[in-house]
Design a protein around this ligand. Sequence first.
Ligand code: UD1
Ligand code: CA
Length: 468
Amino acid sequence: MSSEQFSVVILAAGKGTRMRSARPKVLHPLAGRPLLSHVLDTALALKPTAVYVVYGHGGTNVVAAHETYPVRWVEQPEQLGTGHAVRCAVPEVPDDHRVLVLYGDVPLVRPDTLQPLLDTRGVALLTTVLDDPTGYGRILRSGDGVTGIVEEKDAAPEQRAVREVNTGLLAAPAGPLKAWLVDLQSDNAQREYYLTDIVAMAVAGEVPVVGVPADEPAEVQGVNDLVQLAEVERLWQRRAAERLMRSGLHLIQPDRFQLRGELIHGSDCSVDADVICQGRVELGHRVTLGPGVLLRNARVEDDAVVDAYSIIDTAVVGPGAQVGPFARLRPGTTLERGAKVGNFVETKAVRLGPGSKANHLTYLGDTEVGAGVNIGAGTITCNYDGAGKHRTRIEDDAFIGSGTELVAPVTVGRGATIGAGTTLTRDAPPGTLTLERTRQRTVEGWRRPGAVSTRQAGDDDPTPSESS
Ligand code: UD1
Ligand code: CA
């Protein structure tokens, strides 16, 4: 470890034209978070004295999206090149610091890969060797040291053949760096102030320049367009999936698992294809997630099963509970031990007590359900009267017949039975049968309009006058 203090400068002012998007490039999401957040996390993990972020295009949104980060924001009003960008940030950096330059659009680099740049004296460049170096600055070497970096657009043919490239990430001593930045010229193919020109200046000033190769080219992959964004996403997801599998999570199809947040899990959980985890997700032991399940800020406890294509959003699935297929648990739902929510059931702000079931085609909102309750198919809590929300209470061991409408506020007492098809507008007393239906009748000899009569012509026409 170096004892030298250091500051980090993150370049994030580029327009990102090739993204073909109105959104600033560094706000495009990687694993559900802005590209820049990943770089900020990496920078802060190194424990620098300060982090400066150079922003430009769409800057206010970039700053607003990261307001909780302890960093200093520096505006680069015009994008005059990487050298100019660093020059905007360094005046506040003490001369005896090292400066580590990172890019807001190179999000996969790990702290361990950057540490050697901080531990090296002089200028340290992170490099990598590519089969196809097109578009990158080439590293020019003589003997052990680096003598310069030449941009693709300025390179002679034999320089273009060099496969060791500049990742753009580097560290340099702040004092000399400030002097070099002041001397930069923009007499190049792009009329920009190139940060890379400091290498030749360091060499001229006999400051050592070292190229530190990154082990994994994928780690220093930048994002310039949506194709590269997808590549970086895949790399990030592969890393996450490998980490989870090594910690004992059984991902049946690791290439078809998406983590967009934080996942903690117990042992012997099984995750089928196309599961998406967003925000903070917790799985207990022996949890089974079927294909296409979406979990967002959710906790699924021991032995629970969430079957195919269910959504668990800001909700808790208790031990041994069963959900889905095709269920939607909305915010504020808690299923207690052994509860069941089946297909085409939606819940919101609901507590479903131990062993209670809503197995088919049901909406429960703002509802407290006790233990051992059976909620029949097609039950709906009418919790909204157009102005306010009202609560429904269903006590232990109640039985709600199919097709019931519970018009809140309303309570179904302990052990009560509600007959199928009831529209319940007043409380149902405990231990009783409550039903609300019109008496069934059959109209003999009724004919559908236009239907050919099966009766003799001349018979009385019995069509009821109140039919509609
Ligand atoms: C740069 C390097 C090149 C390297 C490549 C790696 C220079 C001159 N060239 O080229 O050697 O191989 O990165 O990807 O440094 N930015 C600003 N302000 C500016 C210009 C750029 O903040 O005025 C930021 C961009 O947002 C981006 C980073 O700096 O995050 C790199 O800029 P970019 O234009 O992509 O540099 P390249 O031309 O690709
Ligand atoms: Ca680039």
